[in-house]
Design a protein around this ligand. Structure first.
Ligand code: AFP
Length: 324
């Protein structure tokens, strides 16, 4: 939708290099009519992704035998990426509260009059770092108190994937869009207004089969019977990103025998992914209710999740017990 504007020659007139056809993140958000403070905030977080990526590289050098030259104790990668994010947001001028997977309480930053509250899983999938699989940062942006439903409080969400490429997917409630960090350090538009197909052909099932509840096991058996391909990395960001880029399928981390709320965190992981997925024409439910209709009561609240294209979510709902 926005690309046409540029191709029509209205922007970049007179520029004869390849930048004419590039739509960077800031331009895109401006063209999409994202409110000025929100788009500055999203852009600042995207920039933090570059620092986090640098930190991951530093940690990988350590794994490869390099030592901190001063012999200092190093913070864990989760902690140091959290510090980077918090410090940057502190001086953004747009954030009054910061809730991170790394802290037990909400941290007040800024003067208190700023517009937004940010939730963060600064480095999701950090246990995968040493394996060199993709990992990510997950962000939710809220206007009102986070202790409500996502529907009432969220205005935007984004995630950054640190893989062979660094990519960023954001939604500010006007579609879901993918950007790639290019060699010049700009986030450039890769896919605009991503829309899932009604039905996909991949499934990513979390948890161990022996811990699944019988109804969930029957649902997974049905997917297998129908020929769905198994795609599970152990990192929520690359697994959700795969559904979006392949335009369909399902990711699930279900209720388990000994963990009826599953493993994943509603505020830090599920709400942002549900926001992004719904904007891409998909759905996210805990099996009974939409993820964005669940009220957040505590920072560490967990919920089961079924997220992806419409057909697979409906199929899951047929197997799972209805809400009483
Ligand atoms: P870590 O951050 O501890 O690596 O956990 C990753 C995660 O929270 C999420 O990104 C994955 O989808 C999920 O856990 C994987 O859990 P399993 O290891 O139980 O498959």
């Amino acid at each position: 939708m926005y690309r046409r504007f540029y191709e029509g020659g209205m922007m970049g007139e007179g520029i004869c290099d390849y930048t004419k056809s590039i739509i960077d993140l800031r331009r895109h958000m401006w063209m999409a009519g994202v409110e000025v403070e929100l788009r500055r905030l999203i852009w600042q977080i995207a920039v933090v992704g570059k620092y986090i990526s640098a930190k991951i590289h530093e940690a990988n050098r350590k794994l490869a035998g390099f030592k901190n030259i001063y012999g200092e104790d190093q913070l864990s990668l989760d902690r140091s990426t959290d510090e980077i994010l918090k410090n940057q947001l502190q001086f953004s001028g747009f954030v009054r509260e910061y809730a991170s997977e790394e802290h037990d309480t909400i941290i007040k930053i800024g003067t208190g009059s700023e517009k937004y509250i940010v939730t963060a899983d600064p480095l999701d999938g950090s246990s995968l770092v040493e394996t060199n699989l993709a990992i990510g940062t997950i962000i939710g942006i809220h206007k009102e108190s986070i202790f409500d439903t996502g529907k009432n409080t969220m205005v935007a969400a984004l995630y950054i994937t640190y893989g062979p490429l660094i990519t960023m997917v954001y939604s500010a409630g006007k579609g879901t869009h993918e950007f790639v960090l290019n060699r010049e350090g700009e986030y450039v538009l890769a896919q605009e207004d991503i829309q899932l197909k009604p039905k996909g052909n991949i499934f990513s099932p979390g948890g161990i089969r022996r811990d699944w509840l019988p109804e969930h096991a029957r649902f997974i058996a049905k997917l297998e019977e129908e020929g769905y391909k198994l795609r599970y990395s152990g990192g929520l960001v690359p697994d959700i990103n795969q559904l979006l880029i392949k335009k369909g399928g399902i990711f699930t981390y279900p209720a388990l025998q000994k963990a009826p709320r599953g493993k994943l965190r509603l505020l830090f992981e599920l709400q942002p992914m549900a926001f992004i997925m719904e904007q891409a024409g998909g759905r996210a439910t805990d099996g009974r209710e939409d993820i964005l209709s669940l009220k957040v009561e505590t920072l560490d609240q967990l919920a089961p999740i079924y997220i992806g294209s419409i057909a697979e979510i409906q199929m899951a709902e047929q197997f799972l017990p209805k809400k009483k």
